[in-house]
Design a protein. Structure first.
Length: 262
């Protein structure tokens, strides 16, 4: 896509999120919510953020489609926005600092821009394909820690995946297994080197991971689906990490799938 257009679109995202921040901060930890059919929580702020982004981005280029967690998604579009308006809604209603706005631009089946905004901490993470990753304008990079010193996030219903021992088998080989209950926050910390990797079997939708994974890749990390040597954002089974531990993590998940003793 045209660089000038990408810059214009990114600036509109930044301005819109800055305008929304005071409202989100006021509601943070003090907003009513209800359960959706999938038993996840939703608030009026989710709908406000998603609809505001849809309206503002259409002012820049109305030809770009729009898909969001709350208003629906058509992955057959050539170019479209993929939005999770408030990732980590459970953290949001509890007042925890692990909620983010996540926006990815999909072009020809590939994320080409990703934004993760932690409005509580005012941390604005940006990645554009081929142009690196930043936080508040400063370059970020994944860590260079080996596996034994790594924090690795494990996300998924591993019993359902017939890999109930994944966590217990991995835990002795790493330094820790944190859980922040917000995929945007987790991806941002992998991209900035605070956390070292993750193994994911997603249960919701591509809006949970598309923006984060382009951020990780542009910060020098590796991201691949379990079943291939590439990454399709619609496939929610993937490994994302710094390059040093990536092959070990991927071989670990493949061994667990094959039920090879560890």
């Amino acid at each position: 896509m045209n660089h000038d257009l990408l810059n214009h679109l990114e600036r509109k995202i930044y301005e819109t999120l800055q305008e929304l921040r005071p409202v989100l901060l006021q509601a943070h930890g003090s907003i009513e919510h209800h359960l959706k059919d999938d038993k996840s929580v939703v608030t009026e702020m989710d709908l406000l953020v998603e609809n505001r982004l849809k309206t503002e981005l259409a002012k820049v280029d109305p030809s770009i489609g729009f898909g969001g967690e709350e208003t629906g998604l058509d992955t057959n579009q050539k170019t479209y926005w993929l939005v999770d308006p408030i990732d980590g809604t459970e953290s949001f209603i509890r007042g925890l600092p692990f909620s983010t706005n996540m926006i990815a631009l999909i072009d020809n089946g590939e994320p080409v821009m990703g934004v993760i905004y932690n409005f509580f901490l005012d941390e604005y993470y940006l990645a554009i394909k081929g142009r690196g990753a930043t936080c508040n304008g400063h370059p970020i990079h994944v860590s260079d820690r080996p596996l034994k010193r790594s924090y690795v996030i494990v996300v998924g219903d591993w019993g359902k995946m017939k890999m109930p021992n994944l966590g217990p088998h991995l835990r002795p080989r790493i330094a820790g297994m944190p859980k922040l209950h917000g995929s945007g926050c987790e991806a941002a910390y992998i991209a900035s080197g605070a956390i070292d990797g993750q193994i994911v079997c997603g249960s919701k939708g591509p809006w949970d991971f598309a923006a984060g994974n382009i951020l990780i890749k542009e910060a020098g990390g590796r991201v691949e689906n379990w079943s291939s040597q590439s990454y399709d954002y619609r496939d929610l089974q993937f490994v994302a990490s710094n390059p040093i531990i990536f092959d070990e993590l991927k071989s670990f998940i493949l061994a667990e799938q094959a039920n090879i003793p560890r």
